[in-house]
Ligand binder design. Structure first.
Ligand code: ABN
Ligand code: CU
Length: 709
C-alpha cells in the first residue's frame, strides 16, 4: 500500500474530528471508530460496504521514538480499515487520518478474504437450519424436520479448500444437535458438514462422509449447575456441589499499588503501555524498567501474533480441520466481557475494547482487559542455620497480571501477562472450554486419531501452538539473539580438562543470519535476546532477557501439508528476522500473513517471506524474535464435558541486565538480625515489618504469624 507521505487525499467527511486520546498507542475510541466509518462510507459512496475492521494503525517505531525520546512531532493518528462488498471477491482496505477525517491510503485487494467477525459467524446457524438439503441430512441423521430448531452449528472459516480456493467467502458448519437449548451440543455431533457462502447467504455444498452415523441417543453431558444437580444431587444435597465451599476472599485494604495514566501503567519499577486490538488482543508496548532512577528500555512491543490448532485425523473431511484463531477470528474480536469476583478476584481495573460492527457502528466489549495484583509467594529469603534460622529476611512478592479470556468457538483461552518484581515477564495460558467433537458409532473404534471421551463422542488429537512476537529493545534498538545450551564439559572423566567428569557450562551460539535463528528445542535449551554493546560490569556478559520456555512441542503436520504451509512459523521454535516497516500494521506483525482466511499457504507471505533465503543479518541490529510454543492435546474423558484449565507458560527473565538482585528494595515481611536475636528480640512485635495481620492458624481461634516464639 502507498505510504501516507506520498499520497494525495481521497475523501473527507464533513463532521468535526473526534478528540484523540492522549497516547499515540491508545486504541481507537468509539467516537473515532464512528468518525472513521463515516469517512470510509463516503469514500465508497456508490458501494454498499460491509465493515470488517477499524483499528489503530500504530505509528512506526521511528516515528514513535522520535516523539517519545527526541522531542519530535506527535505521531499522526491513523486508523486502518477493511471493508467488503458482496460483489467484490477480496477486500477494500486503507488508512484514515483521523484529525483531518481523510482517507489517505486505499486499495482493493483481490484474492484474499478478511478476518471473520463474530457477526459473520452468528448468521450461519439460521442459514444452515433453513436449507432443505441440510434438513434432509438431519433426517438421515435421525433428527425429524420439526426439530430443526435444536440443530446447531459452530461456524468456522473453511481454512482452505481447493475446490473453491479464495474465490468465495466460505464457512464450514460443524454440526450438532441439542435436545433442549440448555444442553451442551458437543455431546451430540452430527456426521456431515455444510459449506456456506457468506456473501450469498446460502449453503453451497454439503460434505458427507462415506460412512454415515446416526445422532447419538445418549443423554447430553453438560456442566451448568442445573445439570450438576441432575447428575449428582441427593435429598440431603440437592445442588450436587461439593460441600467444601468456604469462601477465600482477597483483601487489599489500601487498594492497588499500580497507577494508570490513561493506558500507561506504572507498577513496581515497570513502566509501559497497555493496548488492545481486534486481532492480537492485549499488546504491551514501550516497556521500560526504572533502575534506580534510570529508565531502561526492555521491549518495544510484546504480543501473541498468531496461533494454530491443527487436528490430526486424516479422514475426510476432517483433514482440513485447523484454525489459525488469531488471524482468522481475532483474539480481540472473540474476547469475553469479564466479571468482577468471578473471572478476576481482588481490586480490579478494567479496560473496555472497541471494534466496529458490520454497519460501521462502534461495538464495545466491557471489561475486556483485567488488570490486578496478586500475592506472588516468596520473592527471596535467607535464614542463618547458626541460630536455628532466627536470623532471617523473608520478602514476599506481588505480581501484576494483565489478562483477557477469548472464546474460539468451543475453546476458551485465558491469557495472563504476568510481571514479577524481579523484572521477569511471564505469559501463562489456561486452556479450558470444550473439546471439538465428532460423532462415532456405538462400539466404533476411534483408532489412533482420537479418543472416545463420552459415549459416541470422538475428540480428535490436535495441537495448540502460539506465535509469541517480541520486538526487543534491550538497552537500545540494536539487539542480538542466541541459543544457550547447558552442556557437560569437554573430555571424558579422567581427561586433563575434566579430570573428575563434573564440569558443565552454558554454550551460547549467536545467530548471525536469519537461517541460524530457525531453531528447535533441545534438552536444556533456552534462548537469549541481548544487547551486545551493553556489557554487565560484574559478569562481563551482555545485558539480556532469557526466554525460558519448555512447552515447545514440534509441529506434527508434515512438509507439504496445508497446516505447515499456512503456518510457516510453526515449523520452528524460534525465528529471528530484521524489523522492517512493512505489512498491514507496520513492523512485520503477522507471521501467517496479513489476510489469513482462505490463504492456500502457497507463495511468499508472512514468515516465509521474511525468512526469504535466510541470509539477512540479524546480529546487533533491530530484530524481531518470534517464538512458537504450546501443547499437544490427546483428549481424555477428564476433558469432558468441559476441560479443567490446562496450564502452560513461558518466562522472559532478566540476565546480566541488572548488577544485583533488582528487588532488594522490596520491603521484607519479616527480618531479624543476629544482634536482635542475641538481644532476645524474637517476639512478634519487635521483629516484624509488615506481617499480614489477616493470616491466622487454621485450627486455632487466635491469630498467628510466622515469627511466634
Ligand atoms: N476454533 C475456530 C473458531 C474460532 C473462533 C470462532 C469460530 C471458530
Ligand atoms: Cu485442545
Amino acid at each position: 500500500m502507498e505510504r501516507l507521505s506520498q499520497l494525495s487525499l481521497h475523501a473527507t467527511a464533513s463532521t468535526s474530528p473526534p478528540v484523540s486520546p492522549p497516547h499515540p498507542l491508545d486504541p481507537l475510541t468509539t467516537q473515532e471508530i464512528k468518525a472513521v466509518s463515516q469517512v470510509v462510507r463516503s469514500h465508497y459512496k456508490d458501494t454498499n460496504v460491509i465493515f470488517n475492521t477499524i483499528t489503530l494503525r500504530e505509528p512506526t517505531k521511528k516515528i514513535y521514538y522520535d516523539w517519545k525520546e527526541k522531542n519530535g512531532f506527535k505521531p499522526p493518528r491513523l486508523a486502518y480499515f477493511v471493508v467488503t462488498e458482496n460483489s467484490h471477491v477480496g477486500v477494500h482496505e486503507g488508512v484514515v487520518d483521523i484529525p483531518s477525517l481523510t482517507v489517505v491510503e486505499s486499495k482493493a485487494t483481490s484474492g484474499v478474504q478478511p478476518i471473520l467477525t463474530p457477526q459473520d459467524l452468528q448468521s450461519t446457524e439460521e442459514i444452515v437450519r433453513n436449507d432443505p438439503r441440510v434438513i434432509e441430512q438431519c433426517i438421515i441423521s435421525g433428527i425429524p424436520k420439526e426439530d430443526m430448531k435444536n440443530v446447531y452449528c459452530d461456524a468456522w472459516t473453511i481454512g482452505y479448500d481447493e475446490r473453491w480456493g479464495s474465490s468465495r467467502r466460505l464457512q464450514q458448519a460443524l454440526m450438532y444437535w441439542r435436545s433442549h437449548e440448555d444442553d451442551s451440543h458437543y455431546s451430540h455431533p452430527l456426521d456431515f458438514c455444510p459449506i456456506v457462502d457468506m456473501n450469498e447467504g446460502k449453503v453451497v455444498f454439503i460434505d458427507i462422509p462415506a460412512r454415515r452415523r446416526k445422532v447419538s441417543k445418549h443423554k447430553h453431558s453438560s456442566f451448568h449447575p442445573k445439570h450438576i444437580s441432575e447428575k449428582f444431587g441427593t435429598k440431603e444435597n440437592p445442588s450436587g456441589f461439593r460441600n467444601d465451599a468456604k469462601p477465600i476472599n482477597i483483601t487489599q485494604p489500601d487498594g492497588v499499588s499500580f497507577t494508570m495514566d490513561g493506558n500507561v501503567m506504572q507498577w513496581s519499577n515497570f513502566n509501559f503501555h497497555i493496548g488492545f486490538n481486534y486481532r492480537e488482543g492485549i499488546v504491551l508496548s514501550d516497556m521500560n524498567y526504572n533502575d534506580h532512577g534510570k529508565m531502561r528500555p526492555m521491549f518495544h512491543r510484546i504480543s501473541l501474533s498468531e496461533m494454530i490448532v491443527p487436528y490430526g485425523c486424516p479422514d475426510y473431511p476432517h483433514q482440513r480441520k485447523h484454525a489459525l484463531d488469531i488471524g482468522e477470528y481475532g483474539a480481540g474480536l472473540c474476547t469475553n466481557p469479564l466479571s468482577l469476583g468471578c473471572d478476576c478476584k481482588g481490586v480490579i481495573h478494567y479496560l473496555d475494547a472497541h471494534f466496529t460492527d458490520k454497519e460501521g457502528e462502534p461495538l464495545t466489549i466491557k471489561n475486556a482487559v483485567c488488570i490486578h495484583e496478586e500475592d506472588d509467594g516468596v520473592l527471596f529469603k535467607h535464614s542463618d542455620f547458626r541460630d536455628d534460622f532466627r536470623t532471617t529476611v523473608v520478602t514476599r512478592g506481588k505480581r501484576l497480571i494483565i489478562s483477557q479470556i477469548f472464546t474460539a468457538a468451543n475453546y476458551e483461552y485465558c491469557l495472563y501477562w504476568i510481571l514479577r518484581q524481579d523484572g521477569t515477564i511471564k505469559l501463562e495460558i489456561r486452556l479450558t472450554g470444550i473439546l471439538n467433537t465428532y460423532i462415532c458409532a456405538e462400539g466404533e473404534e476411534t483408532g489412533p486419531w482420537g479418543t472416545q471421551v463420552y459415549p459416541q463422542v470422538n475428540a480428535h488429537n490436535h495441537q495448540h501452538l502460539f506465535s509469541l512476537r517480541l520486538d526487543p529493545r534491550i538497552d537500545g534498538d540494536n539487539n542480538s539473539a542466541a541459543t544457550s545450551d547447558s552442556i557437560s564439559g569437554p573430555g571424558a572423566t579422567g581427561s586433563p580438562e575434566n579430570a573428575y567428569g563434573n564440569a558443565f557450562c552454558a554454550e551460547k551460539t549467536v545467530f548471525k543470519s536469519v537461517k541460524d535463528s530457525l531453531t528447535h528445542p533441545t534438552f536444556a535449551r533456552t534462548w537469549d535476546i541481548f544487547n551486545p554493546t551493553h556489557i554487565n560490569p560484574y559478569s562481563g556478559k551482555p545485558s539480556s532477557y532469557k526466554l525460558v520456555s519448555t512447552f515447545t512441542p514440534p509441529l506434527l503436520a508434515k512438509d507439504g501439508s496445508l497446516v505447515k504451509k499456512r503456518a510457516p512459523w510453526a515449523a520452528w521454535t524460534t525465528q529471528v528476522v530484521p524489523y522492517k516497516d512493512e505489512g498491514l500494521g507496520y513492523g512485520r506483525l503477522y507471521p501467517s500473513g496479513d489476510h489469513v482466511a482462505q490463504w492456500s499457504g502457497d507463495g511468499s507471505r508472512g514468515m516465509r517471506e521474511w525468512i526469504g533465503d535466510g541470509k539477512d543479518v540479524i546480529e546487533n541490529t533491530d530484530i524481531l524474535f518470534f517464538h512458537t510454543f504450546g501443547i499437544t492435546h490427546f483428549p481424555a474423558p477428564e476433558d469432558f464435558p468441559v476441560m479443567p484449565t490446562e496450564i502452560f507458560d513461558l518466562m522472559l527473565r532478566p540476565r546480566h541486565f541488572f548488577t544485583e538482585n533488582p528487588c532488594l528494595d522490596v520491603k521484607p515481611s519479616y527480618a531479624r538480625t543476629t544482634t536482635e536475636v542475641k538481644a532476645g528480640k524474637v517476639g512478634h512485635d519487635e521483629c516484624t515489618l509488615d506481617v499480614d495481620k489477616t493470616s491466622q492458624l487454621a485450627f486455632e481461634k487466635t491469630s498467628g504469624s510466622c515469627c511466634k516464639k
